[in-house]
Design a protein around this ligand. Structure first.
Ligand SMILES: Cc1cc2nc3c(=O)[nH]c(=O)nc-3n(C[C@H](O)[C@H](O)[C@H](O)COP(=O)(O)O)c2cc1C
Length: 195
């Protein structure tokens, strides 16, 4: 049994991303994992100010939703980053959440090449929805996830569901007309199957 924290970077409350997340959660719970879902629409997290107080032993100067999320991050085995595609990348809400990892970093006397500090070691996954489904649709988002979350923060990627072709936000969510909900359900169900 793994502890899974799903962080949703916005999207409409019953929209494509929320449905994709719910399908993943259903699969993961059926497989026996314990899942907690947090929406950054309700739990507001602002971006980092770069004040560096956290680098001098002080807690983050910003008093917002990240304070309640930090212990959840530390307890989780897997953190799932979920977002609609906004202007070809993750939402600003999810980006702000990731920026705040700065204040949970710890000193690393011997950081690996290209890294300056150490972060809690976690597994990670990415769930995204979009209107388009070109071969390049998720390129920026996936590139950011791989650079920032996997290569830099050092999380161990367990995979992603990139749900293109879900319709734009001018109409009803269309994800139920695609195969992506089934894909997310199976992803959740099998995410630790090979362990
Ligand atoms: C501000 C904004 C920017 C968007 N940018 C893109 C985009 O760059 N590419 C794309 O394919 N869809 C884009 N979309 C469409 C959404 O990604 C898509 O409809 C998504 O499934 C909406 O998620 P939701 O139903 O969870 O709100 C955008 C939508 C909004 C509101």
């Amino acid at each position: 049994m793994k502890r899974i924290l799903v962080v949703m970077g916005g999207g409409r409350p019953k929209g494509n991303t929320a449905q994709l997340v719910d399908a993943f959660v259903r699969g993961a719970e059926e497989a026996g994992h314990s899942v907690e879902k947090v929406s950054l629409l309700k739990t507001e997290v602002k971006g980092c100010l770069g004040c560096n107080a956290c680098r001098y032993g002080k807690p983050c100067v910003q008093k917002d939703g990240f304070n309640e999320l930090a212990p959840k991050i530390k307890q989780a085995d897997l953190i799932v980053f979920a977002s609609p595609l906004y202007f070809w990348t993750i939402s600003s809400k999810l980006k702000a959440f990731i920026e705040r990892f700065y204040c949970i970093a710890e000193e690393d006397p011997e950081p690996p090449y290209g890294r300056y500090e150490k972060y809690p070691v976690k597994d990670s996954a990415l769930l995204m929805t979009s209107a388009d489904e070109f071969f390049w649709t998720f390129e920026q988002a996936v590139s950011y996830y791989q650079f920032a979350i996997v290569n830099y923060i050092g999380f161990h990627d367990r995979g992603m569901v990139l749900a293109g072709g879900c319709g734009d936000t001018n109409g009803q969510p269309q994800i139920d007309k695609t195969g992506h909900l089934q894909e997310a359900y199976e992803f959740g169900k099998n995410i630790y199957r090979n362990l």
